[in-house]
Design a protein around this ligand. Structure first.
Ligand code: SAM
Length: 213
C-alpha cells in the first residue's frame, strides 16, 4: 500500500476513543474489555477498514478488532467507524509481529488476512503474514478449531501460503483460486483492495485453514 502521511494521524490515533490504547493490558482480558463472552474475530492489516466495519455491522454477536500497523491508514478506518453504530468494533495500532503481546493463549476465534503485503523477495519471506513464523504466532492465540481466512489476488503469495500452512501442520479446510465464481462467494464481503483488483479482472484467491490442535 502506498502510504501518504496524513498530518495529525498519529496524535489522533493516540487519543481516539475507538482505538485501544496500551492494548497489551487487555491480554487475556478481551472479553472483559467488550463486557461479554462473544467470540473474537480479528483482521490483521485492515487498511481503510471497509471489510471489518461491514462484518461488525452484520454480526453484532461477534467482537471485532481491526489491527493496522500505520496510523495514516488506520485513520481512514476511524473515519468510517464514526459514521456507524458499532459497539462490537475497536481498532489496535500494532505491528502484527508483536501480536502475542496483545492476545493470550486461545483468546481469538478467527483471523482474517486480506490482501496482505506480498514481500516478493525470498529474503523477506518471514515478513509475509502467512509465513510459518506468523502461523506459529497465530497458533498460540487461536482457540481450538480457530481459523485463518486469507484472500489475495497474488498467486505467488497464495501458493506460498498453502505450502507454509502444510509445513506448519495446519488443515487446509478449503481453498479456491476464483472466489467470485465459486460456491464460497455467498456472504463474501469485499475489501478495498478486492474491489480494485477484481475490477481489473484479477481472480481472487481464498483459503480457510484451521489448527489441528
Ligand atoms: N486489508 C486491506 C484490503 O484488503 O483492502 C488492505 C490491504 S494492504 C495491501 C495491506 C495492509 O496491511 C496495509 O494497510 C498495511 O499497512 C498493513 N500491514 C502490513 N504489514 C502489517 C503488519 N506487520 N502488521 C499490521 N498491519 C500490517
Amino acid at each position: 500500500m502506498r502510504l501518504r502521511n496524513v498530518r495529525g494521524s498519529r496524535e489522533e490515533i493516540a487519543q481516539n476513543e475507538y482505538v485501544v490504547q496500551d492494548s497489551e493490558q487487555y491480554k487475556g482480558k478481551w472479553n472483559e474489555f467488550f463486557q461479554n463472552d462473544n467470540p473474537i474475530h480479528i483482521e490483521i492489516g485492515m487498511g481503510k477498514g471497509k471489510f471489518i466495519c461491514c462484518l461488525a455491522g452484520e454480526n453484532p454477536g461477534i467482537n471485532y478488532l481491526g489491527i493496522e500497523k500505520y496510523s495514516s491508514v488506520l485513520i481512514r478506518g476511524i473515519e468510517k467507524r464514526k459514521e456507524l453504530f458499532l459497539p462490537n468494533l475497536y481498532f489496535v495500532r500494532l505491528d502484527a509481529e508483536y501480536i502475542n503481546d496483545v492476545f493470550d493463549k486461545e483468546e481469538v476465534d478467527r483471523i482474517y488476512l486480506n490482501f496482505s503485503d506480498p514481500w516478493p523477495k525470498d529474503r523477506h519471506a518471514k515478513r509475509r503474514l502467512t509465513s510459518k513464523e506468523f502461523l506459529a504466532r497465530y497458533e498460540k492465540l487461536l482457540k481450538k478449531n480457530g481459523e485463518v481466512i486469507f484472500k489475495t489476488d497474488n498467486r505467488e503469495l497464495f501458493d506460498f501460503s498453502l505450502e507454509e500452512a502444510e509445513i506448519a501442520g495446519w488443515e487446509i479446510k478449503n481453498y479456491t483460486y476464483d472466489l467470485h465464481n465459486s460456491e464460497y462467494m455467498e456472504g463474501n464481503v469485499m475489501t478495498e483492495y478486492e474491489e480494485k483488483f477484481s475490477a481489473l479482472g484479477n481472480p481472487i484467491h481464498r483459503m480457510v485453514i484451521q489448527q489441528k490442535k
